[in-house]
Design a protein around this ligand. Sequence first.
Ligand SMILES: NC(=O)C1=CN([C@@H]2O[C@H](COP(=O)(O)OP(=O)(O)OC[C@H]3O[C@@H](n4cnc5c(N)ncnc54)[C@H](O)[C@@H]3O)[C@@H](O)[C@H]2O)[C@H](O)CC1
Ligand SMILES: [K+]
Length: 490
Amino acid sequence: MNDLPHTLYTPEQVRELDRRAIEDHGIPGGVLMGRAGESAWRHLRRRFPDAGHLLVLCGGGNNGGDGYVVARLAREAGLAVDLCPLVDPQRLTGHARDAADAALALIAPIASPWAALGEADAVVDAMLGTGIDRAVTGTMAAVIDALNTQSAPVMSLDVPSGLNARTGRVMGTAVRAAITPTFIGLKQGLLTGDAADFVGEVVFDDLRIPASVYDGINPSAARLSADALAEGLPPRARNSHKGDFGHVRVVGGDHGMGGAVRMAGEAAARVGAGRVSIATRPAHVSAVLAARPELMVHGVDDAAAFGAALAGTDTLAIGPGLGQSAWGAALFERALAHTGPVVVDADGLNRLAGSGIRREDWVLTPHPGEAARLLETTAGAILDDRFAAADAIVERYGGVVVLKGAGTLIVDRQRRVICTEGNPGMATAGMGDVLTGVIAGLRAQGLEAFDAACLGVQAHARAADRAARAGERGLLAGDVLEGLRAVVNP
Ligand SMILES: NC(=O)C1=CN([C@@H]2O[C@H](COP(=O)(O)OP(=O)(O)OC[C@H]3O[C@@H](n4cnc5c(N)ncnc54)[C@H](O)[C@@H]3O)[C@@H](O)[C@H]2O)[C@H](O)CC1
Ligand SMILES: [K+]
């Protein structure tokens, strides 16, 4: 994925790019469609070189048009091609119709795909692209579900049919592709949410449209560069002392949750914070110290004691294991008076929900469930449009929002970044505590909130990917802790 563009667009923006290329730069739509089909055909030959028999499924729009071009090229190359229009080609218009006519002049269409599904060596999904405007139902849904249960690999043109290329959400059902060649603009919805389980290998082709076509269209998001950490971590002078690298205070660890603050604290230290203190229930002090003697730990029974412990802290990480008790509420209230950098996670976010409190310099790190509480909606609504949800949290609470999940989003008022590193092994207890500590540790070393969030998400995901080489199932937060030092010393 590293050779994909870093600029991402919404489907609406890509349609505008299409329009500009055609109307403002005089590239006929049929030429663009031809280039899209040729690009897909090249990738198909690269990816499935032994495929001698294709099934091509075409919808009723320009995505279908792309598919007719591929069908014709494959037939001209001597492959056996079962061409199945899922919408009567007579209903196509413009250059999609031209592409259909050219293909159907060579290939007698099959009326239904069912028999061909078991015969094809590979399938081309040209049913729906960026024009999907409703959940997939009926015959097309049945075909997609059948595609997902058969063994031949699928190439989805531009977007896996059924996937929303703006939000990354499946609309009813979607094709699980082995490869998705996408054109003109890399759609933001191909890199976040459900998309990770549907796009397979994403490959991009600008169809050789002039660079000037992109002028004036601000990308809707950016893909986080793989070099962000190497380029963004502050250098360390030889003549340094721990005071140069900040002091993180982790607040939380109610009864039974001492491990959360210990992991957050260790994570902050592992990414280079100079000093790390923990304010937690007195009962946890000895256990945390025994596990990680490099951390300073203060047992605090109430806000007064906590206030004293806060002295000298520059960066606060509040929330790991904070719990729902009056003790946690008192510490949270007191923590809000802190004027330095703040990272809020877990039960800190639950305390924030509906409070009307906002700051412009904090980092909030919700998973979809916490995001739902912050916006007083449902997790389903969050997943329906992760970008809109992240924007809404920034709007309501300010600061930088890290909306976790496949393709974590890092959003503030001006910027949207997607981190494509990470893996499903991260869906285990404590991973969020580690991320909170990582971001706080980078903030404490002087990184701005947005940069600390981006680099922290990348370091956390990259350490998890390294640890997952031994298997995703059974990946523990402690394994990620182990890998942090290596990824922050690239
Ligand atoms: N413009 C160009 O020259 C190029 C376009 N590219 C390809 O074009 C598609 C976008 O094409 P568009 O016609 O806008 O939309 P679609 O083909 O994705 O489909 C629209 C078609 O489907 C119907 N529809 C929408 N939702 C559903 C649904 N849930 N079930 C059934 N049918 C549905 C809708 O009513 C329309 O009839 C883009 O993705 C590219 O593949 C080229 O790649 C570049 C040149
Ligand atoms: K498609």
